[in-house]
Ligand binder design. Structure first.
Ligand SMILES: Cc1cc2nc3c(=O)[nH]c(=O)nc-3n(C[C@H](O)[C@H](O)[C@H](O)COP(=O)(O)OP(=O)(O)OC[C@H]3O[C@@H](n4cnc5c(N)ncnc54)[C@H](O)[C@@H]3O)c2cc1C
Length: 455
């Protein structure tokens, strides 16, 4: 932008994606103003902010690396190398996430957000405005109506050359767009909600479970997961139906909670003695998927959850939002201006966001139901064998989503093909008892998998 008037950008929402976007656009020389309805996170404690634990994986790291922030962020995360499945008796089985050394990282939304805001706010051309709630946007004038939450009588309009709605799943920017002609919008809730539990360090002030794993208690129609925190605690999340015979609705007393834990999460009872208190103290939240289009109207654009809220079962919502920022930045590089980049951004990212939304819904079934199933584990072993023997031709779909930057839609397409082959292989008589030697796997490969096909 040398020689030209500095173009201005307003980002509504200073969460994870809004702050990362401010960093990318700030680096490109735009004047960036970020409006965030919450108080300044740099002076807030984790107890005051409602935080959740997130798995940060390659797509997120890729965006952070492009900004040179990998090292600055690494210390807020803990690597998790495998899933640890807890069966009903508390016995453990393990499933590595990737190849040796590959991990996804447990981060708290609060710590990561705080870190990103701290870094972005230091840039000379990035300005944060906290306690500032955006109510609506005038698309024609590229101006938003804002309320100062410290003095609600103070209302004003904020305008810029470009406006981004990074204001999350219930975006007010998107609501304004929805009133435009030919704006498609779809939202649906799944029948499960979630509730968090805090698992304190043990008496020796150590982690109560292995700290380099993501723990799962798959129980068919529901599940619990646990992710480690740097303070040696774990954040556990129960994904459970809202209604039905075994549901948030059906468990009404402390005795019922204790019985529920005793039956399904026996190995948690002793290490989380206050589970019944937490059940009633901690809120129950719902899980929504949002799909919409277009994402860009007159240089007002949606990004992150505002454009594509997804359920958390692939651990990709934030990673996908970070990839939005990375892709947009690359397109600005390629096209020369933000204005030219935006139409390409929405076309490329919409396909990807729809694909990961579908994958995330499907992965819930896998996590809560299949991961404890011996036939599923066998299928995974065959798949891992194929990957080991034919690493160029067979890359498991999970690996493509989590440990690569292959577009989500391509990962979805090859996952469907892999499913097709594996379903046929699982019908081979005696497969349950077969020894999975390299020779046997190679035979299966040549019998069932199309030669030379890249999956
Ligand atoms: C239980 C759970 C587990 C998850 N696990 C993972 C995971 O493992 N990995 C992963 O990648 N993703 C995960 N996600 C998804 C991830 O949390 C979201 O995708 C991510 O937070 C989206 O970031 P965002 O900045 O787009 O939106 P948000 O994080 O929702 O941030 C929006 C920001 O906008 C602000 N805001 C909202 N409205 C206004 C307004 N009117 N005016 C001004 N400011 C406003 C909010 O205060 C907030 O700071 C999970 C989500 C849930 C619910």
């Amino acid at each position: 932008m040398a020689g030209k008037k500095r173009e201005t950008v307003i980002v509504f929402g200073g969460g994870l994606v809004g702050s990362l976007l401010a960093l990318f656009l700030g680096r490109r020389g735009y004047r960036v103003d970020v409006y965030e309805k919450r108080p300044d996170i740099r002076y807030t404690t984790i107890e005051e902010a409602r935080s959740i634990n997130l798995a940060l994986s390659d797509r997120g790291w890729n965006a952070l690396r492009a900004l040179g922030l990998e090292d600055e962020v690494k210390d807020v995360g803990l690597p998790m190398y495998a899933r640890a499945m807890h069966d009903i008796e508390g016995n453990l089985t393990y499933q590595p996430y990737g190849k040796e050394g590959q991990a996804i990282y447990s981060v708290t939304r609060f710590s990561l957000n705080k870190r990103l805001v701290s870094i972005a706010a230091q840039m000379p051309n990035v300005y944060y405005h906290f306690n500032a709630r955006i109510n609506s946007v005038n698309l024609k004038r590229k101006e938003a109506h804002v309320t100062n939450l410290l003095n609600t009588e103070d209302e004003y309009n904020a305008g810029a050359d470009y406006i981004f709605g990074a204001d999350g799943a219930f975006s007010n920017i998107r609501s304004s767009m929805q009133r435009s002609d030919r704006f498609d919008y779809q939202q649906f809730y799944i029948e499960h909600g979630y509730k968090e539990f805090h698992l304190n360090p043990n008496e020796a002030n150590d982690w109560a479970l292995e700290n380099d794993k993501l723990h799962i208690w798959p129980r068919g129609t529901f599940m619990m997961i646990a992710l480690p925190n740097p303070d040696k605690s774990f954040t556990c999340t129960l994904f459970f139906p809202f209604n039905g015979p075994l549901s948030f609705e059906s468990i009404k007393t402390k005795e019922q909670v204790s019985e529920f834990f005793q039956t399904y999460f026996k190995d948690l009872v002793g290490i989380m003695p206050d589970h019944a208190d937490q059940y009633f103290r901690n809120p129950t939240s719902s899980l929504v998927t949002v799909k919409c289009f277009p994402w860009v109207m007159n240089n007002v654009a949606l990004i992150g959850d505002a454009a594509h809220a997804i359920v958390p079962f692939f651990g990709q919502g934030m990673n996908c939002g970070f990839e939005d920022c990375f892709t947009l930045d690359q397109l600005v590089e390629q096209e020369g201006t933000l204005e030219a980049a935006l139409p390409k951004y929405q076309l490329s990212r919409k396909k990807s966001a729809d694909a990961i939304a579908d994958l995330a819904l499907a992965n819930f079934i896998e996590m809560r139901d299949s991961v404890g199933n011996p036939r599923f584990l066998l299928r995974k072993k065959i798949e891992a064998g194929f990957h080991r023997l034919f690493p160029e031709q067979w890359i498991p779909m999970y690996t493509q989503v989590t440990f690569s930057n292959v577009p989500y839609e391509d990962a979805l397409a090859s996952g469907r093909l892999q499913d097709h082959y594996l379903s046929q292989i699982m019908e081979v008589p005696g497969i349950d008892k077969a020894e999975l030697t390299d020779a046997y796997l190679t035979q299966l490969w040549s019998d069932f998998v199309a030669e030379g096909r890249k999956l």
